[in-house]
Design a protein around this ligand. Structure first.
Ligand code: SF4
Ligand code: MG
Length: 455
């Protein structure tokens, strides 16, 4: 999963891209980068393998010249963790920041390599798009991009700059969010609407699935390259990933409300006698509040969260995640000791957090621990940009509820049903839920060939 930003037509384009992308940190912590279009070429500092800092902004970004800029935060899903795969990925004459995952990148890359094309990244699916654009025989940059899009499959929302233009694209399925708006006379594109709205961007609209927007000196031109008959907007964005303070996919409801309502339904589906409801903060907060409201059980903060520890799900390996989880939460004894606890989280993916939480609450004196998850069990890998590449990593794909309860040391474990999760959505059919039910929209033949698909 990643976040991206594009700015067109502002003398401080790089600074604005940086500031807006700062609010995409929920979407990835593996790398952060900014590139500008200046005097007909791509320029900018090297990408960083970590979160940006004030100092980095002052030393590397402030004062960068160029009226077009793109920025990216990365959470590695395809390719290795190498800095070579950080984004924006750029050549001298074009740069791209991509969110999603192409499902046929490997075979296209092999084809292009056999034609003598040299890649600078290590297995990044994003570079496949750049190479396809470069090798297209169409005459205009717009048509070259469309030509490339005809060949790729999977999930992509991206911003791209070349030839004094900013181009923003959302795939035909609409897997990942992407919005645009105005900042004075400049145009700004970003993964999440909240990142725009919190930076005073106005007239914000979500791009349509299958839409390419080209911004240049003639203004804004929109192209429709074909929308899928049944959309696949990622429901996991709402469950966990997107910042809950904003709405995505053009919805009216923000993420916080979606999660709160799911907490209410979770309490209806899986009530239990208890003394307090506590969230696994922060991602479980809204669902826990819904659970508490519906059940009438008091809501308390029973796990103090250290914000310097960051978002563990997006850290790049299991060892780092386990370490970060340990540092991230501390049980508050006065809330937990002697009490029957309902502990609510948004989702159960690898079980890394749940294992530590169970032990932590027990050590703090909980008399009973009932874990409630505000989404169904994640049993299938995501091939569209969330890093759950194999079934082996998914705890619910390998153990039944009773086994997981023992593993995470809780007295009971229950999940919200799929219908319960989809209930707040007006158009549930337009959402992908493949990680919950295995119903992938596309032919995944390429992934079978390269051995990534394990069903
Ligand atoms: Fe989102 Fe799950 Fe579909 Fe991946 S498989 S796009 S995480 S809903
Ligand atoms: Mg969490």
């Amino acid at each position: 999963m990643c976040g991206e930003v594009g700015v067109y037509g502002h003398e401080r384009a790089a600074e604005i891209a940086f500031q807006i992308n700062w609010l995409h940190q929920n979407r990835g912590q593996d790398s952060f980068g900014v590139k500008v279009w200046n005097k007909d070429r791509v320029e900018g500092p090297g990408n960083r393998e970590e979160q940006p800092t004030e100092k980095y902004y002052r030393k590397q970004i402030k004062g960068l010249e160029g009226r077009i800029a793109i920025a990216h935060v990365r959470y590695a899903t395809s390719g290795t963790q190498s800095i070579k795969n950080s984004q924006p990925l750029s050549y001298n004459d074009m740069a791209i920041a991509h969110n999603g995952n192409l499902t046929n990148a490997e075979s296209i890359r092999k084809d292009l390599e056999s034609q003598g094309r040299t890649f600078i990244s290590e297995g990044s699916d994003t570079e496949v798009i750049l190479q396809l654009i470069k090798s297209s025989e169409e005459s205009t940059i717009e048509n070259k991009v469309i030509d490339a899009l005809k060949k790729v499959e999977g999930a992509y929302s991206f911003v791209f700059m070349a030839e004094n233009k900013l181009i923003a694209v959302k795939d035909k399925w609409g897997y990942r969010p992407l919005s645009m708006g105005k900042f004075g006379d400049a145009y700004v594109v970003a993964s999440e609407r909240q990142a725009l709205a919190r930076n005073s961007v106005t007239n914000i609209k979500e791009l349509n699935p299958g839409e390419m927007v080209v911004i240049d000196k003639t203004g804004v031109n929109s192209y429709d390259f074909g929308k899928a008959s049944k959309l696949q907007q990622c429901v996991f964005e709402l469950v966990y990933f997107a910042n809950p303070c904003g709405a995505i996919f053009g919805m009216k409801m923000d993420g916080a409300e979606f999660r709160y309502q799911n907490g209410i339904r979770l309490a209806r589906e899986h009530p239990v006698e208890a003394d307090v409801v506590i969230p696994v903060s922060d991602s479980g907060n809204h669902a826990a509040q819904g659970y508490a409201k519906e059940s009438g059980i008091e809501y308390r903060e029973g796990l103090l969260r250290s914000h310097s520890a960051g978002k563990t799900f997006t850290l790049c390996n299991q060892e780092l995640r386990a370490k970060a989880v340990q540092q991230k939460h501390t049980a508050i004894k006065s809330v937990v000791n002697g009490n029957r606890i309902v502990v609510v989280d948004d989702s159960l993916v690898r079980g890394t957090t749940a294992k530590k939480i169970g032990r932590m609450l027990k050590n703090a004196g909980a008399s009973e621990i009932h874990m409630r998850i505000a989404s169904p069990p994640v049993k299938f890998p995501c091939h569209y940009g969330i890093a759950t590449p194999t079934k082996e990593e998914l705890i619910a794909a390998n153990m039944v509820k009773k086994e997981i309860s023992e593993e995470i040391e809780v007295d009971s474990l229950e999940y919200l049903s799929k219908d319960g999760m989809l209930n707040p959505l007006e158009n549930a059919d337009d959402f992908c839920k493949a990680c919950f039910d295995g119903s992938y929209a596309e032919n995944l033949g390429d992934l079978v060939q390269i051995g990534q698909l394990r069903s």
